[in-house]
Design a protein around this ligand. Structure first.
Ligand code: C2E
Ligand code: MG
Ligand code: MG
Ligand code: MG
Length: 293
């Protein structure tokens, strides 16, 4: 009967809701100890020059290697940690792992490869952000030119004045600012106008639209890349998965890409192994641009 089906659906819905809430509560209970036990792992996903396919940098992406639940992706815990502000500690930990990675790499006599780190909206509004970043840069004696800061477009929704001030201070210190997930939100153009970013990371949505809506989607993507050029901002497209996408991005003169087509996010150790193959890496694109600024 209709009623029976309704109740069954309700029961399933109810169970999965309860499971999810339970999981969330467990993750929150475990988080402090997990940080102490170093269960949060730095993963790195290479970013490539579309023209040469060589590596020009990498994005730091956190994973939680949970002793019972296995490898957990950030989508499951970042929103929880933003709500309870544990993200402040976690981000700081990931940044420190990046600084250690770079220090270690350079100590081995190698040329640094820029790493971009994600900055939570919560962190941007926290008055300790600037000091915490500078502290790490000085502690590991690295150059801010080796670290790029990814700020999500949506972080900009609430404020303008204060965020601009902090972003300008960070830029003046020497960090490169990347506007992350550009095009995902509803106010992309006004964000672009308000924020002093150095480069744009286009959301995967542009690629999906370009294959779903063919001509219209492709025209939009081409125009966005052109607009960024006019604003002297390098563009990196996220979520590149196929050869067709790469070909199209090359055709419209897009410079950088990140996605499974090139590399999946990998453990920091594996990335270091990859870098040892010097033929895969291009050292002068991003960094020299930054030094020119
Ligand atoms: P994001 O910054 O936009 O990162 C890109 C996401 O796209 C990553 O998901 C990456 O694994 C995924 N990705 C890369 N290439 C492809 C592709 O070709 N196809 C598809 N389908 N996906 C691709 P991930 O690692 O699950 O991270 C999700 C989000 O969580 C990130 O989005 C970022 O906003 C946030 N995040 C990750 N690590 C951190 C962190 O350490 N701190 C903070 N605050 N946020 C983080
Ligand atoms: Mg990002
Ligand atoms: Mg992104
Ligand atoms: Mg994205």
């Amino acid at each position: 009967s209709i009623r029976g089906n309704y109740l069954d659906d309700y029961a399933i819905y109810h169970d999965s809701m309860r499971d999810e809430l339970l999981l969330e509560q467990e993750l929150i209970n475990d988080m402090e100890l997990a940080l102490e036990n170093r269960e949060f792992k730095l993963y790195l996903q290479p970013q490539c020059n579309l023209a040469t396919s060589k590596i020009v940098g990498a994005e730091a992406l956190v994973r939680w290697q949970h002793p019972e639940k296995g490898l957990i992706l950030p989508g499951k815990f970042i929103p929880l940690f933003e709500e309870n502000h544990f993200i402040l500690k976690l981000d700081n930990y990931i940044w420190e792992e990046c600084c250690k990675f770079l220090r270690d790499w350079v100590n081995g006599g190698n040329v640094p490869v820029p790493i971009s780190v994600n900055l939570s909206r919560i962190h941007l509004c926290d008055s300790g952000l600037y000091d915490r970043l500078i502290f790490l840069i000085e502690k590991y004696d690295i150059s801010p030119a080796w670290i790029d800061l990814e700020i999500m477009e949506s972080a900009y929704a609430d404020d303008t004045g204060y965020l601009n001030q902090i972003v300008d201070r960070l830029r003046n210190y020497g960090f490169t600012i990347l506007l992350d997930d550009f095009g995902r939100g509803y106010s992309s153009l006004s964000t672009l106008k308000d924020i002093n970013a150095d480069a744009l990371k286009l959301d995967m949505r542009f690629l999906t639209e370009a294959s779903n809506n063919k001509d219209k989607g492709r025209d939009i993507l081409e125009c966005v890349v052109y607009m960024a050029k006019r604003l002297h901002m390098p563009v990196l497209v996220e979520g590149v998965e196929t050869k067709e996408q790469v070909d199209f991005l090359r055709k419209i003169n897009c410079c950088y890409a990140q996605g499974f087509y090139y590399y999946r996010p990998m453990a920091a150790q594996a990335f270091q192994q990859l870098l040892k193959n010097k033929d895969l890496v291009e050292y002068d694109s991003y960094i020299s641009k930054k030094l020119d600024r």
